[in-house]
Design a protein around this ligand. Structure first.
Ligand code: UDP
Length: 240
């Protein structure tokens, strides 16, 4: 166990599907999953409780599929199943690194994972198991960002760490606009008013109502996750 003291006792990490695939590609990449589990291991060793909500965009997104003719709700259910595939791959990678892990799903698939039961999830966390929350909220027309806001509220997480490929929240797309300005801190209200790309409005509203701060950070820069857990000011802070 590390002697470094974590700034948080219980966190919710939101990892999008893009962290499971090669950059700009669909599907799964062993290398990316290994990076993901290595970064998670580096904070697990700091002795804190870790819940993870997994996205599925590397496999399918219901909204995008519906634009190609698939029924929206069916596409959304497929998207939720996609998060389960990602969750199992992360579970496998974490366990091979010696980290006890439980996958809990919002849609029952008892043969492969536990159904989500709030008090059991908390018990797992208290016992030092990394809990991977899969299948989103269990409902179509939602996103895994909403699932992150929901599960963070339910497990009383102190913070949501939103892993992205940009180093924070900008007033406009930094890839398109050279003069894009980064917010080191922004309130939920301003984020909602300006439509800043942090999370969808439903997720952001839930975080605001339950007063759960969000840190948006560049997950693909090695060591960033650990620095945040140790209290370094990295990325953008979203709060009241
Ligand atoms: N999804 C859903 N309900 C939920 C969470 C997810 O219907 O509560 C579906 C939705 O189609 C979504 C897909 O699962 O597009 C994958 O999730 P998301 O797009 O949030 O993944 P990410 O962008 O984080 O990779």
């Amino acid at each position: 166990m590390s002697s470094e003291a974590p700034a948080y006792k219980r966190i919710l990490l939101k990892v999008s599907g893009e962290a499971f695939s090669y950059p700009q590609k669909l599907g799964l990449s062993a290398e990316s999953i290994n990076y993901l589990s290595k970064e998670i291991k580096s904070i697990y060793e700091l002795n804190l409780q870790i819940g993870i909500v997994i996205g599925g965009g590397n496999i399918i997104r219901g909204l995008a599929a519906s634009k190609e003719g698939l029924d929206r709700a069916t596409g959304d259910y497929m998207g939720m199943l996609a998060t389960c595939i990602n969750a199992l791959s992360l579970m496998d990678s974490l366990e091979r690194k010696g980290i006890p892990t439980r996958v809990m799903t919002a849609i029952e698939i008892r043969a492969i994972a536990e159904p989500f039961i709030r008090r059991r999830a908390i018990r797992h966390l208290e016992k030092g198991r990394v809990v991977i929350f899969a299948a989103g909220t269990g409902n179509p027309y939602f996103t895994t960002d909403s699932a992150a806001a929901l599960r963070a509220s339910e497990i009383n997480a102190e913070v949501i760490l939103k892993a992205t490929k940009v180093d924070g929240v900008y007033d406009k797309d930094p890839k398109t606009f050279e003069d894009a300005k980064k917010f080191s801190e922004v309130t939920y209200q301003i984020a909602l008013e300006k439509g800043l790309k942090i999370m969808d409005a439903a997720a952001l509203s839930l975080c605001s109502e339950n007063n759960i701060p969000i840190i948006v950070f560049d997950f693909f820069k090695e060591g960033n996750l650990k620095k945040i857990i140790l209290g370094e000011n990295i990325g953008s802070f979203v709060r009241r």
